[in-house]
Each structure stands twice: as structure tokens, then as C-alpha cells.
Write a protein that binds this ligand. Structure first.
Ligand code: ADP
Ligand code: MG
Length: 651
């Protein structure tokens, strides 16, 4: 007898469940999608213990006929597809007919449903894939599915579930974002009797954003007005329709990962690299390279244009005309950003990863200032048509003298070194960012070794500030060469270490606020808040819950100005959210300290007098780790004397 056997449906369902049901949020996703496919306008999600004990979704959709209620649990049973042709144009969120049997095979499931066409409803009870009960019930039209004890029969999977808070956060994020995609419907989310979200139908996506995030966030967002386009792939074929709309953050709102980018294609929440790339491309040069915006993007197109049958959990899609879609989204986003605030524009590729990292700080300026600075520097033209004058020092002194003493090269008159970081007139004045320092160099560009990695920071203790570049970078001379120190990043490092020490000693300097600051939280933020409230207190933030999804801040570390308070707290909640999966107290503390330091530090574009510059350099030298800011950006660039000499053909 052969060794190959066809698996029973029971086993097949459990295997499918492995792909489709990863955690409570994936159950919620499948059930939500079913409710939306059923035309529901009212969806209520209720969970207990982060969804491990109970997930219940009730809708007022079309409901199921009695016969269908049982059939729905058969493998590959769906009302949404008939034959293979239909796969080419799927207009519903579901189509695989896998979700219900998969979920039912790894939980205790109760289905209660009634179609408008029938007088009575149906109740089906299933445990671990076995039907226990199927009887008639009285109920209104619609469907309620309760999923209890997820993974009760798959202990290996159950072990992978995270804490209640983590699972709850995933569910909250999912429901929140589906509600954003469907402003015309009511969504409710309850956790163990606490209401986390309740939004009622509104006319526009904008109003829904307001309901969920409040007015503050709305102000930071640019609305991407609906934009349509037609694609004619072939003269014989009909043109394809595309439309995109959504919300984008202004460039000054920066996230350190892509978790705040939500992409919906034909109403389906997906992760798609193509679209993510298009969004990043649109923000190119408006935002530092490792930062990401907040974005909600709704892309709609003819069903034939996108293959949704790529992944069992339907979180990926494939576009028929990839590069066209990429450019359509990128241009729509970019045009809207430009329209909302004229942005400095650089030639493509100007900020390459190897470029002088100083550029990365630019976007930390308040946008208006940044824009203004760039305008000034580029003569108001947006593009650096002529390279601005970067001469830092008096024009080259006729002859510099160097002592070639015992200890190597000693500079006896550093102020006379002709290191005017003068812009080369020989090089074409294009494709450079205005802030990029260039030096005449016969070896093709800024010496790679001038980047800090190749150098030691030991000389930093003996620096003598010469002045500032763009009121943002301190230019300093030292025995080992010329240094450019990013004043904001340097101060950030100093404060970061100071705050950490204060936290560890439990001696954070605190300032009471005259009036408490009231902050609105999203459902997700509220969960994070509950989790980290103690650490916030330890860091000097006195906060307390203040009604539904709001908190009152009564005191804060004195380093944080009142104007920055709100932003710091939101940032901290975001850190917690990122690190939700494996946060340790020390990581969280470092995150809080980094946030406080960043807000409290001297900004770029701020004139500093000689004394302040000296103080800053000394304090930097006294830090434990003067090389990088808490976020990993370099603090200082060094142009070693040896390189300078080489560049001038002196050695
Ligand atoms: P799919 O969504 O891929 O069709 P599912 O296993 O999720 O597969 O659901 C199977 C079928 O059960 C659906 O095709 C639909 O007919 C029915 N169904 C599931 N949930 C609901 C609901 N909330 N309201 C009405 N019908 C539903
Ligand atoms: Mg489904």
C-alpha cells in the first residue's frame, strides 16, 4: 500500500488555521471582513482577555440562510466566488472560504444568524471543528459569531500568544483602521466591558479621522484629495480606472518605523512594499532617510487590476501594472504635499545614504523655519541654482605653516589653516544639497575617512569653536583637524545621559503645571498608557486618567517646555507601542530619556555665542558616549588634518 494519504478536512482545516489564524487580531480581521462583505452598517466587536477568552462580533448584515449556516463551516465554502473566472475580479474582502472552518477548528465557536428572507434564525455550536449543536433560534436579522478559548486544542500556538495588552493592542489597531476605511458605518470595540472605540456614521473620511484621532492629529495631517487616473494598457482593451485618497502627515511628523502607514486597496488593509516605497519616494528629501510619515491611503481600482489571491491571510496583493501604480501613488502624494506647503526641493539622489548626515536633522526644524532657511539658502528658488558661499574662514591666508614635529603633524596656527570649506568652483553646481559640505578634492569627493567611524573622538575634549554654520553646526578646530558638530544632536546626547542618571537616582527635576494639560488618546494609546503609567511617573510625568480616553498631565520634568509636553508624551506612547512586543523597563526608560532629551535640546537654526559653544563642546566631551545621539545619528564629523593636508597636496 502506498504511503501517501489524503488528509481529512479536519486536519486540513487545522493546517489552514495555522496560516489564517495567528492571533486574536487575525480572527477579528476575518470576522470583520465577513461582516463588511455581508453589507453590515453596524459592527460591534467585543473581546475579553485580549481576545484569548472571547472574541464576539455582531453585525446587522445580510445574515445566513439556515442551510448556509452549516455549509459555511465546510472547507472552501463561500458565497463569494463561483468559478475560476471570478478569481480575476474579486470585489469582496473574502473569497477563499477558509476563515470560518479554520477558526472553528481551533476554538469553541458559536454562530447565531438570521437572514432577512427567513422567519427564524439559526444557531450552530462547534468545538475544535466538531459540530455540537445546530438549532433554530429567534433573533433579528444579522450575524453574531462568538469565538471562545482560541487555540484551546493547539497548545503550541497558545504559547505564542502574548500578554493581554499586546493582543488587545493588535485588535484595537485593526478595528480602528477598518473603521477609518468605512466612515459610513458604526464600529464599536469593547474589552471586558470597557468601551475602547465607538464611532457613528459620518459623511467624510475627514470626519472619521477627527472622531478617532481628535483635532490635534487632524491639524498635522494633509488631506490627500481624491485623485483619479485612467490607464490604457492596450488600445483594444478598456481603460482602467484608479483613484487614490487619504491622509498624510506633514513632513515634520516623523515616525521611526512604517507602523503608522496604513494602506487599503479596494477596502482591504494590506502591507504592500510597492505602495510603501511610493510613499517614501514622495517624502524623499522632505524627511530624513530613516523616518517615516503617518499615512492612511485608500487606493481603489478595477478588480481586474489587482490580484488579491497572493497570501492566505490576504494581506498582500499584486498589481498588474506595478510601476504605473507606484508612480501614480507617488505623484499624488508628492503633489499634495507640495501643494499644502511649498517644500524645498532637491535634485533626486542628492541625499544619498553616504551624504553628510547633517542633512538628516533638517526636518527637525519646525517646518516653516526649515522651509525659510532653505529658501534663503537657495535664493528663494527652491533649487540651489548657484551654490551658496560656504566660506567659513577669511579667504585663504597666503601660506599656512605646519610643524612636522615629533608627535606627527602639529598645527601651530590652526586658525590660519586654509580649510575654508570652500565650495569647489570646478565641480558642477548641481545635484548637491545646499547643506552638504564639499571640499575641493582631487580624489573624487569628501574623504570617506572623514566620517566619524574611522576616527576617534578622543580629541573632542580640546576643541576650540570657530563659529557656526547655518546657526546649526559648530565648526571647531582641534589638534587632530577640523570638526563639525551638530549642535542639536550634541545637546541631545548630553541631556539624554543626564536624564538617565536622574531617572536611575529617582531624582528627576519636576515642574508642576499651572493648568493640567489634557490629552486625547486613541484606543491603542490608551492601552499603552495604562501599561507604562508607572514608568511615566518615574520619569517625572505626573498623569492621571481623565474621563474617556483622555489623560491629564499635572507635572512634567522641568527639562521639557510646556509647548513640547504633548509631543513628548505622544512620542513616549509610540515608543511603548513599538516595543510592545519585547519592552524591558530599561529600554522604555532609555526611550523616554531620548524623547525628553530630543525635545529639550537646543534646536538647529539657533545662534550660539562663543561661551555656549564652548560649554556644549566641553559637556559633550564629558559624556559617556559622545559619538552618536540616542537615536544613533552621528554627533560630529571630523576632517582630519592629514586629509586636509592631502587635499592640498601638502603631503
Ligand atoms: P469567505 O469570506 O472567504 O467566503 P468565510 O469562511 O470567511 O469565507 O465565510 C464563509 C461564508 O459564510 C461566506 O462566504 C458568507 O457567505 C458566510 N458568512 C460568513 N460570515 C458572515 C456574516 N457575518 N454575515 C453573513 N454571511 C456570512
Ligand atoms: Mg471571510
Amino acid at each position: 500500500m502506498g504511503r501517501i494519504r489524503v488528509l481529512s478536512d479536519h486536519v486540513a482545516n487545522k493546517i489552514a488555521a495555522g496560516e489564517v489564524v495567528e492571533r486574536p487580531a487575525s480572527v477579528v480581521k476575518e470576522l470583520l471582513e465577513n461582516s463588511l462583505d455581508a453589507g453590515a452598517t453596524n459592527i460591534r466587536v467585543e473581546i475579553e482577555n485580549g481576545g484569548r477568552r472571547l472574541i464576539r462580533i455582531a453585525d446587522d448584515g445580510c445574515g445566513m440562510l439556515r442551510d448556509d449556516a452549516l455549509l459555511a463551516f465546510e472547507r472552501h465554502a463561500t458565497s463569494k466566488l463561483h468559478d475560476v473566472k471570478d478569481l480575476l475580479s474579486i470585489g469582496t474582502l473574502g473569497f477563499r472560504g477558509e476563515a470560518l472552518p479554520s477558526i472553528a477548528s481551533v476554538s469553541r465557536l458559536l454562530l447565531e444568524t438570521r437572514s432577512r428572507e427567513e422567519e427564524t434564525g439559526t444557531r450552530v455550536e462547534i468545538a475544535g471543528g466538531k459540530i455540537l449543536v445546530c438549532d433554530e433560534i429567534a433573533r433579528g436579522p444579522g450575524t453574531t459569531i462568538s469565538v471562545r478559548d482560541l487555540f484551546f486544542n493547539v497548545p503550541a500556538r497558545k504559547k505564542f500568544l502574548r500578554t493581554e495588552q499586546t493582543e488587545l493592542a493588535h485588535v484595537a489597531s485593526l478595528v480602528t483602521h477598518y473603521s477609518l476605511a468605512h466612515p459610513d458605518k458604526t464600529f464599536e470595540l469593547w474589552n471586558g466591558g470597557t468601551n475602547l472605540l465607538h464611532v457613528t456614521p459620518v459623511e467624510t473620511p475627514r470626519e472619521r479621522v477627527f472622531q478617532i484621532f481628535g483635532s490635534q492629529t487632524l491639524e498635522d495631517l494633509v488631506e490627500l484629495k481624491p485623485r483619479e487616473a485612467r490607464l490604457q494598457p492596450d488600445p483594444d482593451e478598456p481603460a482602467r480606472a484608479y483613484a487614490v485618497q487619504g491622509f498624510l502627515s506633514r513632513p515634520q511628523v516623523q515616525k521611526n518605523n512604517r507602523n503608522s502607514i496604513f494602506i487599503f486597496v479596494n477596502g482591504r488593509l494590506i502591507r504592500d512594499r510597492l505602495i510603501l516605497h511610493a510613499i517614501s519616494a514622495a517624502y524623499h528629501n522632505l524627511m530624513p532617510p530613516a523616518c517615516f510619515p503617518f499615512a492612511l491611503l485608500f487606493l481603489d481600482c478595477d478588480c481586474e487590476e489587482v490580484d488579491v489571491n497572493v497570501h492566505p491571510s490576504k494581506t498582500e496583493v499584486r498589481f498588474r501594472h506595478q510601476s504605473w501604480v507606484h508612480d501614480f501613488v507617488r505623484d499624488a502624494v508628492r503633489d499634495q504635499l507640495m501643494l499644502s506647503r511649498p517644500a524645498p526641493s532637491f535634485t533626486p539622489g542628492a541625499v544619498s545614504p553616504g551624504a553628510v548626515p547633517a542633512m538628516q536633522r533638517g526636518a527637525e526644524l519646525p517646518y516653516s523655519e526649515f522651509s525659510q532657511t532653505m529658501q534663503n539658502e537657495t535664493g528663494g528658488a527652491g533649487l540651489p541654482a548657484t551654490v551658496p558661499d560656504y566660506t567659513l574662514m577669511p579667504p585663504r591666508s597666503a601660506e599656512a605653516r605646519f610643524d612636522f614635529g615629533e608627535g606627527g603633524i602639529a598645527v601651530n596656527a590652526p586658525e590660519q589653516i586654509p580649510v575654508a570649506a570652500e565650495v569647489s568652483h570646478a565641480e558642477p553646481a548641481v545635484a548637491e544639497t545646499p547643506l552638504k559640505l564639499r571640499v575641493p578634492d582631487t580624489h573624487g569627493g569628501f574623504p570617506a575617512e572623514a566620517l566619524p567611524a574611522a576616527h576617534s573622538m578622543s580629541g573632542i575634549g580640546n576643541l576650540r569653536p570657530l563659529g557656526q554654520l547655518h546657526n546649526s553646526f559648530i565648526i571647531a578646530a582641534g589638534p587632530d583637524g577640523l570638526w563639525i558638530v551638530d549642535q542639536h544632536v550634541a545637546h541631545e546626547r548630553i541631556l539624554f545621559e543626564q536624564v538617565l542618571k536622574q531617572q536611575a537616582a529617582g531624582r528627576v527635576e519636576v515642574q508642576r503645571l499651572l493648568m493640567p494639560v489634557i490629552l486625547q488618546l486613541t484606543a491603542e494609546q490608551q492601552i499603552e498608557y495604562a501599561r507604562i503609567a508607572d514608568e511615566l511617573a518615574n520619569a517625572g510625568f505626573e498623569t492621571e486618567p481623565f474621563g474617556n480616553r483622555t489623560i491629564a498631565v499635572k507635572a512634567a520634568p522641568s527639562a521639557v517646555g510646556q509647548g513640547d509636553l504633548e509631543r513628548v508624551i505622544y512620542e513616549i506612547l509610540e515608543i511603548a507601542e513599538n516595543e510592545l512586543r519585547s519592552v524591558s523597563v530599561s529600554d522604555l526608560r532609555r526611550g523616554i530619556a531620548a524623547s525628553v532629551a530630543c525635545r529639550a535640546a537646543i534646536k538647529v537654526n539657533m545662534p550660539l555665542d562663543q561661551r555656549k559653544m564652548e560649554w556644549l563642546l566641553r559637556a559633550l566631551a564629558a559624556t559617556d558616549y559622545p559619538m552618536a545621539c540616542p537615536h544613533g545619528r552621528p554627533v560630529a564629523l571630523q576632517y582630519a588634518t592629514r586629509e586636509i593636508l592631502k587635499s592640498f597636496h601638502r603631503i
